[in-house]
Design a protein around this ligand. Structure first.
Ligand code: M6P
Ligand code: ZN
Length: 192
C-alpha cells in the first residue's frame, strides 16, 4: 500500500470549497441527461439558458484508490429545479457494494436519498453540522432542498469505486420535488 505523507486541507465552511485544490469536477445539466424526470424541462433549459452548472466536486489531494485509504472531497450543489425536481447529484452505488460513506453538512440545506437494489428508498435531511451515514449496499444521491448552495464533506473507503451505470439505467424510485412551497419526496414516474 502507498505510504502517504500526513497532510491537512482547509475547508471553507461557508462555501464548501477546499484549498489547496487539485481537481474540481463540474457537472452540468448535459452531463446528467435523462436523470431528471422532466426531459422536456431539461431540453428547454439547455436551449434557452444554456448548459446550467448543477454541482461541483472539490478534491484536495489525489489519493490512491486502494483498500486502507480514506478518499474525501466536498460537493457543492447549486440551488434550482429542473421542472419541479430539485437540483441533485448523479448518485451512485459503490462498485464494491459492501463499502459505506460518511457525509458532513457544511452549508445550506439538503438531503441524501438512499436506495437499495430492491427499490427501497430512504431520505435523510442534512444541514450544517449533520453527519449522515451512508451504510454499505445503499446507492446515494444528494439533493439541494434550499435556496442557497448546499455543501457537504464526504469520506469513503479507497477501494469502494463508483458504479454510476446502475443508477443511469434504473434511476431512483423516488424523486425530490418542490410542491406547495416545500420539498417533498414523490414516486419517480420513470423508475424502471
Ligand atoms: C459525494 C461523494 C463523492 C461523489 C460526489 C458527487 O461527495 O459521494 O464520491 O463523487 O458526492 O456525487 P456523484 O459522484 O454521485 O455525482
Ligand atoms: Zn459514494
Amino acid at each position: 500500500m502507498a505510504l502517504i505523507e500526513p497532510f491537512a486541507t482547509q475547508l471553507d465552511l461557508q462555501t464548501g470549497k477546499l484549498s489547496p485544490v487539485t481537481r474540481i469536477v463540474q457537472r452540468r445539466l448535459s452531463d446528467m441527461r435523462g436523470m431528471y424526470a422532466d426531459t422536456q424541462a431539461e431540453n428547454q433549459i439547455i436551449a434557452q439558458e444554456g448548459d446550467r452548472l448543477i454541482y461541483e466536486v472539490y478534491t484536495a489531494t489525489e489519493l490512491p484508490e486502494e483498500e486502507g485509504q480514506v478518499l474525501h472531497c466536498t460537493t457543492i450543489i447549486y440551488p434550482g429545479k429542473v421542472g419541479d425536481e430539485l437540483h441533485m447529484t448523479k448518485g451512485h452505488y459503490h462498485a464494491k457494494r459492501d463499502r459505506g460513506e460518511v457525509y458532513v453538512g457544511l452549508s445550506g440545506e439538503g438531503c441524501v436519498l438512499l436506495q437499495l437494489e430492491d427499490g427501497t428508498v430512504r431520505s435523510v435531511p442534512m444541514g450544517p453540522g449533520t453527519a449522515a451515514y451512508v451504510p454499505p449496499y445503499w446507492a446515494h444521491r444528494t439533493v439541494n432542498t434550499g435556496s442557497a448552495p448546499f455543501s457537504f464533506f464526504s469520506a469513503w473507503p479507497g477501494d469502494a469505486g463508483h458504479d454510476y451505470a446502475t443508477i443511469e439505467r434504473v434511476g431512483f424510485a423516488k424523486i425530490m420535488v418542490w410542491r406547495d412551497g416545500k420539498a417533498v419526496l414523490v414516486d419517480n414516474p420513470r423508475y424502471k
